[in-house]
Design a protein around this ligand. Sequence first.
Ligand code: CDP
Length: 796
Amino acid sequence: MSQALDEIKIGGLGASRKRVEDNRFIRGKGNYTDDITLPGMLHMEILRSPLAHARIVSIDASKAWDIPGVHLVLTGEMMATRNLAWMPTLSYDTQAVLATDKVRFQGQEVACVIADDPYIAKDACEAIEVEYEPLPVIVNPEQAVAEGAPVIRDDKENQDSNVIFDWEVGDAAGTDRAFEQADVISKLRLHYPRSHPSPIECCGSIADFNRATSKLTVYMTTQAPHIIRAAVALVAELPEHMIRIISPDIGGGFGNKVPVYPGYVCSILASILLERPVKWIEDKTGNLISTGFARDIYLDGEMALRRDGKILAVRMHCDSDHGAFFSDAQPSKFKIGLLHSAFAAYDIPVAHLSARGTYSNKAPGGVAYRCSFRVTEAMFFQERMMQAAADDLGLDQAEFRRMNFVRDEDFPHRTPFGFLTDSGQYAKCLEVGLKAIGYEDFRRQQASARERGRLLGLGISTMTEPLGAGNSREYDILGIKMFDSAELKVHMTGKAIVRTGARTQGQGHETTWAQIVSHELGIPAEDVVVEEGDTDTAPFGMGTYASRSTPVAGAAVAMVSRKIRAKARKLAAHLLEVSEEDVEWELGRFYVRSAPDRGVTIQECAMAAYSNMPDGMEPGLENTAYYDPPNLTWPFAVYIVTVEVDPETGVWDVLTTVAVDDCGVRINPMIVEGQIMGGLTEAYAMANMQFITFDAEGNCVGSNYMDYLLPTAWETPGFELHSEVVTPCPHHPIGAKGIGECAAVGGPAAFVNAVMDALSGTGVRNIDMPLLPDRVWEAITYRRDVSGAPPVRSDD
Ligand code: CDP
């Protein structure tokens, strides 16, 4: 081939290639866990606790055992005889698999029935008689630390309170000194409410233990198959090479499918005991009341300011409610995830954060719902605080941000909490956003509308997200270092298969990883198949969450492609009968430097790897790369929203939403846009309508889609996306930064800030999310803040 291949034409970097996985999804041919049926398969259902906190007096399962078609009833007592009543969590805590002593949240797993079909199993669950002795219930951090509060985790030795951790980061003394210098101190307190990632597909597993081979195969809805394999090996004390975790198609994860759930463990034990495959598929209420909740964090803080707008320091405190078990995954070094990534985009000399985590009688919470370990909470607080501070100073919202941004020439920049950011064009992103929204015009319209009693508002939110955990020096989960991997096999005809340790849940890895191979090797993307999610075939990896796939696994794909290219160069030299140093590369082709017409394609090299390799060369064209990133990637975004609030009803409508995302080099611009639109939709839902909470007895309110609302195309406003700012990541092999979560992270504050801006001048400083019409109406009518939660700290 004499001409360089056109990268876009072959589906390489920058091609808006249609998602290959959609071929099966839009035909209804996806293969989800519940689509799998194995010969002789049985079905498992879980009996859940109706009470949030109660001692278990007795469990009588005799009537369940008597129901025809029932094969096994598992209770905590039986699990305990096998040392499986409790399991370790991903945050060095323990979690009950089936309750033995107490139930600690409504919906907790108490017993399981395995039967011929799910209906028999469900009926049999209802036949189990459990006697409970109710205990006082704790539903927020204030109650958790109140004097005389019952200790929820009395199962743990040395746990004599409900405090899980007290953690701090930053420079407390330096922050105190800076506050002494301040002209103005701006304060804000808010609650980021519990929310649920609520993927459309609930959790489930099919465990299949084969006594003849001693092999355990588990099909399951997990975002991190290798971590699950390690957990099963350690908890069930099974040999790791005899465990195969297969994560088939996943119908959305958003962090909800990272933890290990009791249902997985019970189905595995049941399959081992019964020597038959056992399927467990959770129903929607089960998913909404018992699996990984997110957020539920009380944030308050203050900002030390100079009169001219310079930020001198920030002080933050948070109380996070983790539910009954501390089971969310996070890097073990950071107890409150990456909350301390707050204010990374602003040049702030000093800051201090204290964080206290507590147990409550709620389902386990704190999972990283579409975010990098608490960065959503960090960015929400940051941008709400920025709005409040600008108002307190009487400065323009845009100008206040612009003057405090880290400047382009200041990178690498050490953030006030110690991260090192490496690149970005923050002011330019803001400028693009302001122009797109027509900032000056809108401010004029807003002022004249106000005179006529109409409430218009504009909200700005910026975000920079630390994406791509690790590096392995700083990031580990349960001691397992956070890196990722890719294996690439180029067959003799030049077709290829790439496997990674990540696991797509709808993000389009099957499309984009092929594009990276295409970019590096010139093999058309359609000739590259991508496979993930099977621990027997995929190289070890930490899975997909925290938008780490492109920063880490995607980088590994580029690196393994480069290893393949290095070998192909040797093959090319052999075929061209020149020395390797005389061989040049262009997309898809090696050629002789002094005679560019003499060349061989990558496909010809692939054939030679199996049929005509030089003496002494190992045959074949395949390799594996483990990629340990030198740093996180730091995408940046500006979201600007305009709204109109109806003062009579508190209903607010979005007028325009502008998003300017800089995620470095975009592999597939169309997929990136899809990720941003999805994230903005979730952000709008959190700000506007999603409400899942607990009453004083610990009953979960909102445990179904009638109450916990998912916005459809009908409710969702339109979004205007801008892609003109591109700051390649300096350390990523193809310059990409993560994007999957950015809009869900930065979006909520833009919507809330817009409504608060509409209310400016009324003295209302904060309305907690969701900004339901009654809350907004109350704020307007009574000119007061509306809290979504009771106060949490006794000293306030
Ligand atoms: O880890 P996760 O896949 O959720 O997030 P991500 O790495 O940000 O990637 C989300 C999707 O966007 C993947 O298909 C990526 O390959 C794609 N992407 C891209 O095309 N260009 C980027 N700069 C970042 C992500």
